[in-house]
Design a protein around this ligand. Sequence first.
Ligand code: 5AD
Ligand code: SF4
Length: 473
Amino acid sequence: MKYERTSITPQEIDRQLELCHRIADRLGADGRRPLAMVDTYGCQQNEADSEKLRGYLAEMGCGFTQDEFEADIIVVNTCAVREHAEMRVLGNVGALNHTKKAKPDQIIAVCGCMVQQEHMAEKIRKSYPIVDLVFGPHEIWRFPELLERVLERHRRVFATEKNSGVVAEGIPRQRDGKVKAWLSVMYGCNNFCTYCVVPYVRGRERSRLPEEVIAEAEELVAAGYRDITLLGQNVNSYGKDLGIDVDFADLIRRINDIPGDFLIRFMTSHPKDATEKLFRTMAECEKCARHIHLPVQSGSNRVLRAMNRSYTREKYLEEIALARSLMPDLVLTTDIIVGFPGETEEEFAETLSLCEEVRFDAMFTFIYSKRVGTPAASMPDPYTREEKQRRFDALTELSNRISAEKHGAYVGTRQRVLVDGETGREEYNLSARTNGGRLVHLKGDPGLVGQFVTAEITSGNTWALYGKAEEDG
Ligand code: 5AD
Ligand code: SF4
C-alpha cells in the first residue's frame, strides 16, 4: 500500500514549543499563574489527545482547574460518534456564556471530532460567538500557533480544513495518572462502516513507526506505569500503511519483551482482521492482558452487510471459539448498535441470540444515531424511537444479567489485580482491575496504589467485583 501521510517535522514541533514559551510570557505578564481547563468527551483516543493539549498548556505555564469560572483558557475536546455526545457538548459550551461574562478575557476553544464536521463548525461560528478558537483533530499539533493567533489578533480562529491525517511525534504530554497510560499506535480509520462518522473526521489509517511506539512504551515502563493500553480505531490494521514487515501482533511481542512488571492492553479490534496470529501472540505474551474488546455491532448477517462490517455472524463466532480455545480465561467485551436503519424484530432477535451464545463479560450498547454524511443516514429507517428503546432495554437487561452471572463466578477466587486508585469511599477505599480488565472495589492500604496485589473476591454484581487485598510479592 502507498505510504501516504503527512509527518510533522521535529522542527515544526520545536517551533510550537517556542510559541508556548512566548504565550507563557504573555499570559504570565501580570505575575499570576494562568489556569486552564480541558474538558474531554468520547473515546480513549480523545483522552490521549487531551493529554497532548494539557502538555502544551503546561509548557505555556498554565496550572489546571476543573472550575470553569476560574479558568483563563477552556478547551472542550469533543466527540462526534453519536448525537447525544454532541448535544451535551453544545449544552455545556452554551453554559460558558456565564463564565465569559464574568471573565471577558477568558479564551474558549472547541476542538476534536465534532467540529471537524463542516455543519458543526458552522453552527459554532453562527450560534456560539463566545467560542474563540475551533480546531479539528488534525490540528492538535499546532494548538500553540492557533492560540497565539487568537491572542495576537483578538479575533476568532477556525482551523477545520479537510485533511486525510497527520502524524506528529514529540508533542509534550501531561498524563492523567501514574498507573495507567494510553499509547496511541495508529490514528484514523479506513473501514467506513456505514453508520460511522469516524473515518470522515479522523482521516485515513496512519501507523506510528514501531520504534516510536516501542520508545514510548519503554519510557512509560521506566516512569512506573503498570498498565499500558495501545490505542487505535482499528489496531489490527497496524503497520499495513507502513510498507514494512511489522503487524500488530509483532508490535505486542516487541512491547512484551520490554523488561518490567506491566500489562499490555489494546483497543479497538475489528473482527474482520483479528487473526489467529494475534490470538496466539496474546496467549504467548505473559504481559498481554487476557482481554479483547471485539465489537460485533449486530448478530444479523443482513444488518452486518448493510453496516459494511465485512464479516458474518458465523465468522465472528468461529473467531471467538478460536480465541477462547487458546485463552480459556479470556475476557470478552463488545459494542452493539440497536435500531440500525431497517433492522427488523427478527434481526434484533439474532443479536440477542448471539449475545446469549457468546456470553460477553460486558457489552456497550447504543441506539443507532444518524450521522450527517454517512451512507446509513440515507437508508430507510421505518422503526420508531420507542421501538428502538424497547429493544435497547431488552438488550441491556440481557447484558446486565450475563455480566452479573460472570462476575458471580469470581466469588471465592483469588485474583492478581492492579490497584489503580483510591475511591474516596470508606468501605471499599481502593479500585483495581483484574488482568481481564474487570473493575474490583477493594479494602486495603492506600500504599498499594500502583501495585499488583492478590485480591480475594467476596462478591460481585453487574458492574463490579468486591474484595479484600493482600500484599503480593
Ligand atoms: N450510532 C450509534 N452507535 C455508534 N457507534 C459508532 N457510530 C455509531 C452511530 N452512528 C458505536 C459503535 C462503535 C462504538 C465506538 O460506537 O458500536 O463500536
Ligand atoms: Fe467507525 Fe467502523 Fe472505523 Fe470503528 S471500524 S471507527 S465503527 S468506521
